[in-house]
Design a protein around this ligand. Structure first.
Ligand code: MN
Length: 718
């Protein structure tokens, strides 16, 4: 276990501006926080964060990363809170430690192979700061190094699988070859220990046979290059058992056939020297054809650059050689972590070869001080996506801004259609809540629930939107059909006729409809008025209705013609009328029996009836001679009259149907309906209802006000 002063010295060796005091305080803070806690190995728990910190000093990370490593398990495993850390070490460190804690929590989810890529994306998306990911990788590396102390086989397997599928590929993506190799090999030892033992046995055999004469090959390669005035650092490294195993799988050969177990590296000063060295090697040894790969002119996506070749080497053995410049080597071994050093060396041009890091480097280029590199490389890898979990640990990928409704539809359209609520990270939250990376989302469903038009306001996925729209449209149509049928029945009755489907069928072509349902739906939606359907059936009554002009004579003749229902018929029974004068109701106030009324005589239009409180009457205050006092003739009042109401109705499914039912139950007939404005939340509409008198209409209004779907209802003043 590294000692406190050694750790601080290590950091100071490469980071002159390291915050020595904070490092010392973090060391003591973490040691105290973990107290007597023990690892599975029996070591004091504190040895773990300390080892993680040490791993990261090998990558020469800034002192804030090292402090984060020391503190990384305190929030999760001790009484320490992020507030405590903020108090002691400031906001930035607290944020970094919280980031690592968050990543630790998502590890607890299951890691299924088909979900691996999504998991990797999730980890990247959640590591808002690249240092969070670097600490997490070092944490995982140390946990893998001490995996054998965990007794539970299942747990060891799960951690190894996760390492193989999530963390090793992430290390590779970060360009950290060395870490990737070690993670893979440790996981391999757990997941396929038989294969690994066979390979290590073979390696041991080759060593014993003296076949891995690494030192001899290294010095001969070195001499060959020096003769050509190419000073180079030559390294020989045994390949990892896992990479050998992959090779046997890929080439379908047995371990016994594997002979090239050492990879040689030639490290020179410049890109130019790389090609020069390749020329020297090709001259000196027999080249194995088809093995040359130029990753300098075409780097790998993670920025890796090298020349690869295979030759029959100095000891007449087949060997693989990688040739690279110093900067390339650092990147190949340490990946993004090498960048802070790399920039300081002033060799920025090669850094641009990191394709996936290009954006990050652009941020770097804007911040003049290379020391700021790590601080400014925020990992905004997937800014337009969020990664969430189902309760069983599946990852659901959604666009940014997505809500539980989007999530529900992404899981299954049935779940979407019936979702009534959501629990996000075990807390009940509104369906319109924006989801965050790593949220665990549980959708609560009810078979009674149906999609709400309001959802359309906040869903962001096409799938959710399409399902909601389709559902609403089909349900709306059903409602409009029954509403339209009620309107038609009322409109026909209003004129003294009975509405039948046969009648409707006869006029379908007039309205260019193919079915009665289509006609009713359009009437219900207010696109066709009930009256126009009546007029289409009985063209004779069109003129009168157009002007809504009714004379006594007309009323009487209609009464006589009335075939159907004697009690439903228009009647005007008013005292004070001038006999023979045309009479109509003002559209502004729709007077009903029971209202106090007044008549206004205008030239050419006859008499118009207003209620006494109608605002329109103000227009006639200067011409009192036009005013005629009227009253209802109670004895003659036996028919129905058209009252008018305006409403604001919640745009939820079923609300229009309820409206219809309430009016019907209160013996009102809807004779016309118009939707004047429609938003996702509300309908504004006006309705003509046949009622006995003002009291009857007031009763209907009162009944309507009692249902919550109806937000507002007033006697019409249209
Ligand atoms: Mn840890």
């Amino acid at each position: 276990m590294i000692r406190q002063f050694e750790l601080v010295e290590n950091v100071k060796a490469y980071d002159l501006s390291a915050d020595e005091d904070a490092l010392n305080r973090a060391y003591v803070f973490a040691m105290k926080a973990h107290g007597h806690q023990k690892r599975a190995s029996g070591d004091p728990y504190f040895s773990h964060p300390l080892e993680v910190a040490e791993i990261l000093t090998n990558y020469k990370l800034d002192s804030k990363s090292i402090i984060t490593a020391l503190l990384h398990d305190t929030i999760e495993d001790t009484d320490v809170t992020s507030e405590d850390i903020e108090d002691q070490f400031g906001n930035e460190i607290a944020h970094l430690v919280e980031g690592v804690t968050k990543l630790t929590k998502i590890e607890l989810q299951s890691a299924q192979s088909d979900q691996a890529e999504n998991f990797r994306k999730l980890v990247l998306a959640m590591s808002e700061d690249i240092r969070v990911l670097l600490v997490k990788l070092a944490d995982r590396l140390h946990n893998m190094r001490t995996l054998q102390f965990i007794e539970n086989t299942e747990k060891r397997r799960r951690i190894s699988l996760e390492t193989m599928e999530i963390f090793a590929p992430l290390a590779e993506r970060m360009g950290m070859q060395e870490m990737k190799n070690e993670l893979e090999d440790l996981a391999f030892a757990e997941l396929n220990s038989d294969a690994r033992s066979s390979i290590t046995a073979r390696l041991q055999f080759l060593r014993d046979e003296g076949k891995d004469n690494v030192d001899a090959v290294v010095s001969e390669l070195k001499n060959t290059l020096e003769k050509e005035k190419l000073p180079a650092n030559v390294l020989g490294r045994q390949k990892s058992p896992y990479s050998i195993w992959l090779k046997t799988q890929r080439k379908n050969v047995s371990f016994e056939q594997i002979s090239d177990i050492i990879a040689f590296r030639i490290i020179v000063d410049s890109t130019q020297d790389c090609y020069a060295a390749l020329g020297v090697i090709n001259q000196a040894y027999r080249v194995i054809p088809g093995r040359l790969k130029d990753y300098i002119s075409t780097p790998k996506p993670n920025g890796y650059q090298s020349l690869h070749t295979s030759v029959i080497g100095p000891e007449k053995q087949r060997i693989e050689i990688q040739i690279r410049a110093k900067g390339m080597h650092e990147i190949a071994e340490y990946g993004i972590a090498a960048h802070s050093l790399y920039k300081q060396n002033g060799d920025a041009a090669s850094g641009k070869e990191f394709r996936w890091l290009r954006e990050l480097l652009e941020i770097l280029d804007q911040t003049a001080n290379p020391d700021d590199f790590l601080e400014h490389t925020k990992l905004e890898m997937y800014p337009n996506q969020v990664f969430c979990f189902t309760p069983v640990g599946d990852v659901i990928v959604l666009p940014g801004g997505a809500t539980p409704v989007d999530f529900a539809y992404a899981v299954h359209s049935e779940i979407g259609d019936h979702c009534v609520g959501a629990r996000i990270n075990s807390r009940s939250m509104p369906l319109r809540t924006e989801l965050d990376n790593g949220d665990q989302v549980e959708i609560i469903t009810s078979q009674a629930q149906i999609p709400s038009p309001i959802w359309e306001n906040f869903v962001v996925t096409g799938k959710a939107r399409a399902h909601i729209k389709r559902f609403i449209r089909s349900r709306e149509k059903e409602e409009y059909i029954s509403l339209g049928q009620a309107i038609l029945e009322g409109a026909f009755a209003n004129e003294g006729y009975e509405y039948t489907e046969t009648i409707a069928h006869d006029v379908l072509t007039v309205f260019n409809k193919s079915t009665i349902d289509d006609l009713c739906a359009d009437v219900g939606a207010g696109h066709i008025t009930g009256l126009s359907v009546v007029e289409a059936v009985f063209p004779g009554i069109k003129e009168e209705n157009k002007s809504r002009l009714l004379s006594f004579a007309r009323v009487r003749s209609l009464r006589k013609k009335s075939k159907v229902n004697d009690k439903i018929r228009p009647a005007i029974a008013i005292k004070g009328m001038i006999p023979g004068m045309a009479l109509h109701y003002a559209g502004c106030c729709h007077a009903l029996p029971g209202d106090r009324i007044v008549g206004i005589v205008t030239k050419g239009r006859g008499m118009t009836i207003h209620t006494i409180d109608c605002e329109k009457l103000e227009d006639f205050t200067d011409t009192p001679e036009h005013w005629i006092d009227l009253s209802w003739n109670e004895e003659e009042l036996d028919g129905f009259h058209v009252g008018h109401i305006t409403l604001v109705v919640g745009n939820t499914l079923g609300s229009l149907g309820k409206l219809c039912t309430i009016i019907g139950n209160n013996s009102g007939n809807i004779s016309n309906l118009k939707i004047t404005n429609r938003t996702p939340e509300f309908f504004d509409m006006s309705i003509d209802i046949e009622v006995r008198d003002a009291k009857h209409l007031t009763a209907i209004i009162a009944a309507l006000r009692a249902i919550p779907e109806i937000k507002q209802v007033e006697r019409g003043r249209s």
